[in-house]
Design a protein around this ligand. Structure first.
Ligand SMILES: Nc1ncnc2c1ncn2[C@@H]1O[C@H](COP(=O)(O)OP(=O)(O)OP(=O)(O)O)[C@@H](O)[C@H]1O
Ligand code: NI
Length: 307
């Protein structure tokens, strides 16, 4: 059994249009994803594809106008509000995408929570700060005194320090120096080796495949493929979904071939495959129904034609 199991997750937003008329915009539909203990699953996809919403749904911090359905299980138990209150910040930690999640009124040191006692906590924090290239004085600073890169390192330390079994890292490294990025990534790797389950959300496929066991490719609010990280190689011939292949081939080192068109908005109410209008192999049957996820060569794919 996976430590984290997200099944058929759909998220919609209630929005007011003209006057007091309400409309519902669905931004995620029937998303499935699982993360095992000791495993890093990377979630990659374009901006607006729903990566942060997935993280926020798991943490139970979706915006007030969001409605969701589906189930999120942790260790087999339904992760409801009651369980989340118990687990959030200790058993389950989030490295948020925005540094504004740091409490502006608290010194950095006081924001690093841990189950350890004072002395052990201080020595672990010192080790972490050193590893990530943060000076000791940072402990006494307030968030407004940090640069963007420093604030991110503090957020990474917070999660690493929390002794969580599940760590959700939402774009944890932008703004960091390349050497510090490598250090932060290796730290996540180490946490997984110690048995943590890590959900690593990123735009950066190259970073993802460096540390992840499996990579989930998300497109317009749906996981279109889950592949072993080792399938991202060569010209992407091992990959299953046309979008994963296109993402891979769009990288500067792999041909730099842009993907024509843009990610659809769910408000367009598409019936068929979400990628169909950008897909070179799309045929009529792709337009009528969104393909269900199916197992293929040790991964999963949502494409009728994938082989
Ligand atoms: N409060 C909200 N009300 C309405 N729509 C929202 C709200 N929050 C997010 N969305 C929409 O949900 C979609 C997914 O957003 P999300 O932040 O999860 O994307 P993302 O994949 O994390 O993008 P990025 O890579 O830029 O961080 C977007 O189309 C966004 O406009
Ligand atoms: Ni995001």
């Amino acid at each position: 059994m996976a430590l984290l199991e997200v099944t058929q997750l759909s998220i919609s937003f209630l929005q007011y249009t003209k006057g007091s008329r309400q409309q519902t915009v669905t931004v995620m539909e029937n998303l499935d994803l699982a993360v095992n203990e000791g495993e890093i699953v990377a979630v990659v996809g374009a901006s607006g594809s729903g990566k942060s919403l997935l993280a926020h749904a798991i943490m139970g911090i979706l915006p007030a106008n969001a409605v969701y359905s589906g189930s999120i299980r942790y260790g087999g138990e339904l992760l409801d509000e009651h369980l989340l209150r118990q687990y959030r910040g200790n058993e389950i930690a989030l490295v948020p995408q925005s540094v504004t999640y740091l409490n502006p009124l608290m010194r950095v040191g006081s924001q690093l929570q841990t189950k350890l006692d004072g002395k052990a906590q201080a020595s672990e924090r010192k080790g972490l700060f050193k590893r990530l290239g943060l000076g000791e004085h940072v402990n006494r600073l307030f968030p407004f005194q940090l640069s963007g890169g420093m604030a991110r390192k503090v957020l990474v330390s917070t999660a690493a320090h929390s002794r969580s079994r599940l760590i959700i890292a939402d774009e944890p490294t932008p703004g960091m120096h390349p050497a510090d990025v490598a250090e932060a990534l290796s730290h996540f790797k180490q946490l997984a080796e110690e048995g943590c389950a890590v959900l690593f959300i990123t735009h950066d496929i190259e970073a993802a495949i460096q540390i992840a066991n499996r990579v989930a490719v998300i497109y317009a609010g749906a996981v279109v493929e889950v592949a072993p990280a080792s399938d991202f190689q060569g010209e992407g011939e091992q990959l299953r979904h046309p979008y994963s292949k296109a993402l891979w081939q769009a990288l500067p080192g792999n041909g730099f071939i842009p993907i024509a068109g843009s990610q659809p908005s769910k408000s367009m109410d598409l019936q068929g495959c979400l990628f169909a209008d950008r897909c070179m192999s799309a045929v009529d049957s792709c337009m009528s129904k969104q393909p269900e996820p199916r197992q293929l060569r040790g991964g999963t794919v949502r494409c009728l034609h994938a082989t």
